[in-house]
Structure formats: C-alpha cells, structure tokens
Ligand binder design. Sequence first.
Ligand code: NAD
Ligand code: ZN
Length: 389
Amino acid sequence: MRALTFHGTHDVRVDTVSDPEIINPRDAVIKVTSTAICGSDLHLYDGVIPGVMTGDVLGHEFMGEVVETGTDSTLKKGQRVVVPFTIACGGCFHCKVQQYSACDNSNPVEKQDLSATLYGHPMAGLFGYSHLTGGYSGGQAEYVRIPFSDVGPIVVPDHLDDDKVLFLSDILPTGWMAAENADIQPDDTVAVWGAGPVGLFAAQSALVMGAARVIVIDHYPHRLELARGLGADIINFRETDVREALMEMSGGIGVDAVIDAVGMESHGFAIDNMIDVVKQKVGIGADRASALKQALLAVRFGGKVSIPGVYGGMTDKFPIGALMEKGVSIGTGQTHVQKYLKTLLEKIEEGEIDTTFLISHHLPLEDAPTGYKNFKEKQNEWTKVVLRP
Ligand code: NAD
Ligand code: ZN
C-alpha cells in the first residue's frame, strides 16, 4: 500500500510499504477514506520527538471503512468508523476511570523504556507517533491496523460525510476537553492562545458550553478571522500588547479562564532546559514570553488554566509564583478521546457543532509532503489539510 513515511527532519515521503495485517484477535484493519495533518504531526516533522525512525508511517487523525476483523473485534466489515488517536485497552485501571490516554496496556512492553524512564509510567499507545508511544503505524496511509478495535473506534452514520466527523479522531475532543478543563461557567471570559485547529475548536467548545465571551490570540489574520466567525473576539499579538488588552477587557482583574492551544512551538518559548534530544534539534531560545507564561500572568486570581498544547521535557523561568499566589487550577494532558465520542457525535448530528469550517485543503495522499510543508509554514490560509488516500 501507499503511505506517508518519515525520513528525517522536514523530509516526509509517500512510499510503498507492506499492508497491515491482523496480529491480535481484537484487531481490525480499516481502509482509510480521510486523514488529516495535525499540529502534533509538526513536532515529528520538526524532529523534536525522540524515537521516530526512518520509514515510520505517520498520521493519527483518520477514519475509514472496516475491511478485516479479528475474531474478538466487535466491528463488522463495511462499517464506517472514526478512530481515536489514543489507543486504549478499555480494561486497565486508567481506562476504567476514563483516563484512556494513560492506558496501562497499549504501549508494548518492549517499547516502554523511553517514556517509562521519563515519567515513571509508559505513555499510552498513539497511532503514527514514534516508538515513544508504541511504534504503531499511522493513518496517513491506504490501510491501517486498529488494535483494541472493540474499544476505540466509533461507528458513524452514512448521512454524515467524512468532513463532518473526521475530527472526532483528535482535535474536536481535544478542543472540548480543553474547554472542560477550563471549567467554563456561563459568565466566564475565556482567552485562548493559538487560532490553530485546536485553539479554534477550544473556542467553539467554550462558546457551546456557554462562556459569555471568548477571546482568541494569534498573529495569522486568516486564522483570527475564523475565530471571529465563531463569535469570538480576537487579538493579534503582533499588533497589540496581549496582557494589557486582556486586563482591559476583563475590567482590570484578569480573565476567568485561559487555554494554551499553542504548545512548545510557541513563538518565544524558552527551550533552555529541555531534554537534550529536543535541545539539539530545536536550538536554544532566550527566555521570552511564551503563550503559557503569558496565560498564567493574564488569568485572574482563582482562575482556571487549561493546557491542551503539547510540551516535552522541562523549561525554567516558569511563573510559578503567579500560579501559586493566584490560586489557579490547572488541567492538561493528552485527550481521553474515547470519553467524548458519543457526546460529540450527537452534537454533530444535531447540528450544534459543525467542524467543516476548519478545512482549507483536500489533497490526495500522494501530495501529503506538500500538505506538511504548507501547514507548517502556515502560508496562504493553510488551516487544516485533509488527505484522501
Ligand atoms: P498549529 O500549529 O496549527 O496552531 C498553533 C497556533 O498557535 C498557530 O496558529 C500559531 O500562529 C499560534 N501561536 C504561536 N505562538 C503563539 C503565541 N505566543 N501566542 C498566540 N498564538 C501563538 O497547531 P494545532 O493543530 O492547533 O495544535 C496546537 C497544539 O495542540 C500543538 O501543540 C499540538 O501538539 C497540541 N495538541 C494536543 C493534543 C492533546 O491531546 N492534548 C491533541 C492535538 C493537538
Ligand atoms: Zn492530532
């Protein structure tokens, strides 16, 4: 089959690789109909994630048609499914409390060393996301093997086309969990850093949850216009002093909730103390205001901080004093996708959430390298790329 494979920093190629096969009774194989490029893929593309190898098939946002099932799979051939990017067994301690992205069993034992050494517990398995997270082949391909297919995938009705449901695989639940972690209350003013796919869906979710006012911060005019289209106010950080503007917009006390949907590629993020591998690859930045630091300084006393943006390693000059003195609460983590699928599919079916506004480009799989390059450079309104294998 054809698949998008990793060959080094900023070098991805569409190659012919072997077809996936059923390995375990709970597996299924799907034929991919749509798959997207995510901001998280850019961490791999930029070479900052350890454990990704030449030839690895990337991609963790995908959906398709079931073509093969293991004897213990609950799926049936021909069903259309969206697959969560987080692989979860459904039966371990963490899965039982719906913390699927901390699954104890989805990262094969022989591959756990690196993440277990870092965090004292292996990171859960993720599709197409390096050997740190299980070394699973990803979904930017014609076919993909789905482990624990009786737990993750959600069957979607035929009347909802791919563009309407594809983002259930990651960024819609991620935006939703980001808003949930910000504990949105009806009178809240919420500030969201990053008008990328995750920030836009976090803003949309906060509005659906009833926030009085949502303010989105970025510097790409087109992305900010999409935020405005959702009903958010906007701040261009190149033109306006963000903290001053937010203080003014919140009557001088700071905003009720802040959401960092930028992560470690934040402009000005200091990477001084990150693990060596990251440090070598990205270079060392001087300490400047990152999105997260700015968010911590802008949130009000007793406010809420939500961090869907991905970070790795360590950083210093973190405003821990603001965090403590303000008595803020923090929520973060890889998304527990499985937990939100049913609720969000219902909201899509009822028309309460429409995610199609985000898609700027549809490309054939063969053009995936162009998609990566343009999504990375964010030029000419490349907001979200959907590949059609
Ligand atoms: P993206 O790169 O398309 O968007 C990031 C946006 O942040 C860009 O528009 C950029 O201009 C903006 N930005 C950069 N520096 C900024 C600053 N200082 N202030 C305000 N805005 C700034 O990426 P995305 O797909 O939206 O993903 C965003 C983050 O969410 C990434 O770190 C990604 O890895 C993470 N993510 C997390 C999960 C999860 O499970 N927690 C899932 C998916 C993605
Ligand atoms: Zn993603």
